[in-house]
Design a protein around this ligand. Structure first.
Ligand code: MG
Length: 381
């Protein structure tokens, strides 16, 4: 609050003096750290197992829970919250995440606005550990947004009215369960269907027997023959599918480039694409990318990827893992500039400790609340 009061006071003084307000304000902020206590950032973390409402099956795995680590960065009486969600196939775990977070010394940073230095340091400590890095990045963004008194979509200059519909994911299951899940997805305007098994056409026909909503599909690398994949994409287009995510293995680069060149639907890279430099590798192979905070170390790099992908004329989708409302609300801050959002991770778990961004009539609805816009439902820190 002290910082905000200072900001307002400085704004008033410079207006009276008739000088360029923002230059003076930023100049004074630069010279005068916001930290009145003189202490550095304090990072806390706690493991938290996410319980899934339904067993979740995709082309190559099945699970009932997801390991997660919740984080908190405290500074000058304010707290920012973050999290690392770690589905097992990505190689991170509660053990690797807590080891990584324990190795960090954020107390050396006395000014949270120096995000580039802080997150550059976090990225340099060890290779990999992208979800663990995202847990720090999200908490720092939440904290800085709270100090500024603004949500990140505003800081970035996005119009919340531009936020897209979010898809609701239907995992691979028996026709009875699939029909039940489609009924549960009634509030959503677009459904994401997991394919990549021998039952693909049956899955689509089952869903089409109960709804005519637009669909998108995620094959999770499940198709290996490019000609069959193209045939399938033509069939899916006839069934009202709007794009195809990761149809072939991430290593099948030439086949995938051919498929994209011939596909009547946009193709989206997910497993084939992780961090900013990967964008140049996939730009001529897929039509677009699926940005996920847990893959790319958080909001800072995600924002850079969004900007670069847009400048390259690529489609952009904002996705998530099974996560709490914390990371989902953080990702949602970017959603006004995305073509599609797949931000249902918090809706798939039964023990969310936070509330945040809401889906109203199927559309992501950002609220005017500082930081990433979440509230604590049960105290964790
Ligand atoms: Mg995917």
């Amino acid at each position: 609050m002290e910082t905000r009061r200072n900001f307002l006071r400085i704004s008033g003084l410079t207006a009276i003096a008739g000088v360029t307000q923002m230059d003076t304000v930023f100049g004074q902020m630069k010279n005068k750290p916001a930290n009145s206590s003189g202490k550095g950032l304090k990072l806390s973390f706690v493991p938290y197992n996410l319980q899934l409402k339904h067993t979740f099956t995709i082309a190559n795995s099945s699970r009932t829970s997801t390991p997660d680590v919740l984080t908190c960065i405290e500074f000058d009486g304010l707290r920012g919250y973050g999290e690392a969600s770690m589905p097992p196939y990505l190689g991170e775990s509660i053990v690797t995440c807590t080891k990584f977070l324990s190795s960090l010394d954020l107390s050396q940073f006395k000014d949270p606005f120096q995000m580039d230095d802080i997150l550059g340091y976090v990225d340099s400590v060890m290779e990999g550990n992208c979800a663990a890095k995202a847990a720090v990045d999200i908490a720092l963004h939440d904290l800085v947004g709270k100090i500024m008194g603004q949500p990140w979509y505003k800081i970035w200059g996005f119009d919340p009215a531009d936020s897209p519909n979010t898809s609701f994911t239907i995992g691979i299951d028996t026709p009875e369960v699939v029909i039940q899940k489609v009924k549960e997805a009634a509030p959503y305007n677009i459904l994401k269907v997991k394919l990549g098994m021998s039952t693909d056409k049956q899955m689509i026909e089952t869903i089409r027997s109960v709804t005519d909503k637009p669909l998108c599909v995620d094959v999770n690398q499940g198709w290996t023959d490019k000609n069959k994949a193209l045939e399938m994409i033509h069939w899916l287009k006839e069934k009202g599918v709007v794009f195809v995510e990761q149809p072939m293995p991430k290593t099948a680069i030439d086949d995938m480039a051919w498929l994209t060149a011939n596909s009547p639907l946009p193709t989206i890279a997910d497993e084939a694409f992780q961090r900013l430099p990967d964008l140049m590798k996939v730009k001529d192979v897929y039509s677009g990318i699926n940005i996920k905070l847990m893959k790319c170390t958080g909001m800072r790099e995600a924002h850079k990827m969004l900007t670069l992908a847009r400048s390259l004329g690529m489609k952009v989708m904002i996705g998530c893992m099974t996560e709490t409302s914390c990371a989902v609300s953080a990702a949602a801050q970017l959603s006004p500039k995305a073509d599609w959002a797949d931000l249902d991770g918090n809706l798939l778990i039964s023990n969310d400790p936070y509330s945040g961004v809401e889906v109203i009539k199927g559309k992501i609805t950002l609220i005017d609340q500082p930081g990433i816009g979440i509230n604590t439902l049960k105290p964790v820190f």
